[in-house]
Unconditional design. Structure first.
Length: 347
């Protein structure tokens, strides 16, 4: 417990202005950290690996799964990197801090776990080729980014899943440069939204063979939010037609900032202008002592999208060091399908 508390204090130090945006992500990075550059072109497999000169980064997998009896499930696996200073060093001199989140969601229950680690000592890290991302015994690894095995273990759940990419990588924004505010805050952001998944989800009731679809987000920045932006509502939706939609609403004192990407059934991506994607809460539910919108209307008029997005399990609260809501959703109306919703900053 003392080691975990020490790591948490270090992590908090890496995000010094916790009041500026969710988890301090609106605080200005200290001198020396790199900033996203619109002229940067992403290169693979190199950019599947870490970018230690940037303050924050994540490898973020969400999956909509189905059991043999037709029951829907959700799975999340995330590895976060946060830096005390830019660059890397060996051993305990490393300025990199790692945090892992894993979750499994059923219609009745939501299970989650958290891991914390210090960089430089082998406890956590990411390697681009062959790809491996890990923290303790949680791992996402494979010969390349197109074929991965994902494992995690919590007190009440575990999963062992195989991921096979069936479509191209998607660059968000302009060539992977994704703007997050009217002030110009931005990140480098791409996804692999085309994973086919097979494997086993283990719950207190026993193992379940599952199949489904996965969506992996990669993002890095040094200040992705403006100082007055309190949190976000992020949607990744996979429609039965084969098309996909990523959209987010960043909430701020000066109003909402929205953006996203339309991905057609062949995997071709079109960035959305600010304001084209719209998300409006329809219903709130008490969750962990606060009211959280768990049913939404999402519209994208240019693509004829007008859908209702509803949580599979409204109580999908991640009670981690930086708490948030994350869970699978069902999509109905004009474009039926499934997806995932992440909501931060609901205090």
């Amino acid at each position: 417990m003392r080691a975990r508390l020490a790591l948490l204090l270090i992590l908090l130090a890496a995000l010094p202005a916790y009041g500026q945006g969710y988890a301090g992500l609106g605080s200005t990075a200290s001198e020396g950290f790199a900033n996203p550059d619109p002229n940067t072109r992403l290169h693979f497999p190199r950019d599947h690996g870490p970018h230690p000169d940037f303050r924050i980064e994540w490898w973020y997998l969400t999956a909509n799964l189905t059991g043999p009896d037709g029951t829907d499930y959700g799975v999340q696996w995330t590895l976060f990197r946060s830096a005390l200073a830019p660059g890397e060093a060996a051993g305990w001199a490393s300025p990199q801090i790692w945090m892992g989140h894993a979750a499994a969601t059923t219609p009745e229950n939501h299970y989650f776990a958290e891991r914390l680690a210090r960089g430089g000592i082998g406890q956590a890290g990411v390697r681009a080729t062959p790809f491996r991302a890990w923290i303790d015994d949680w791992q996402m690894a494979g010969a390349d980014f197109d074929s991965l095995r994902l494992t995690a273990l919590g007190a009440e759940f575990a999963y062992d899943l195989n991921l096979t990419a069936e479509g191209p990588l998607v660059l968000h924004g302009v060539n992977g440069y994704s703007v997050k505010s009217a002030d110009g805050q931005a990140s480098h952001y791409y996804s692999q939204p085309h994973y086919r998944i097979t494997g086993t989800l283990t719950l207190p009731s026993g193992p379940v063979a599952v199949t489904g679809q996965g969506w992996l987000d990669r993002e890095w920045s040094s200040q992705p939010l403006a100082a007055d932006q309190s949190g976000w509502d992020w949607f990744s939706l996979t429609f039965d037609s084969g098309a996909r939609l990523m959209g987010f609403r960043l909430r701020g004192a000066r109003g909402d900032f929205t953006s996203g990407t339309w991905i057609d059934a062949e995997g071709n991506a079109t960035p959305l202008a600010s304001g084209a994607f719209r998300a409006a809460p329809l219903d709130e539910t008490p969750v962990a002592g606060r009211d959280v919108p768990v049913r939404w209307r999402v519209t994208l008029p240019d693509r004829g999208v007008d859908v209702e997005v509803a949580a599979l399990n409204p109580q999908s609260w991640m009670g981690t060091s930086f708490p948030y809501w994350e869970g699978p959703v069902r999509v109905s109306c004009s474009h039926p399908g499934r997806g995932y919703l992440e909501m931060t900053g609901y205090e």
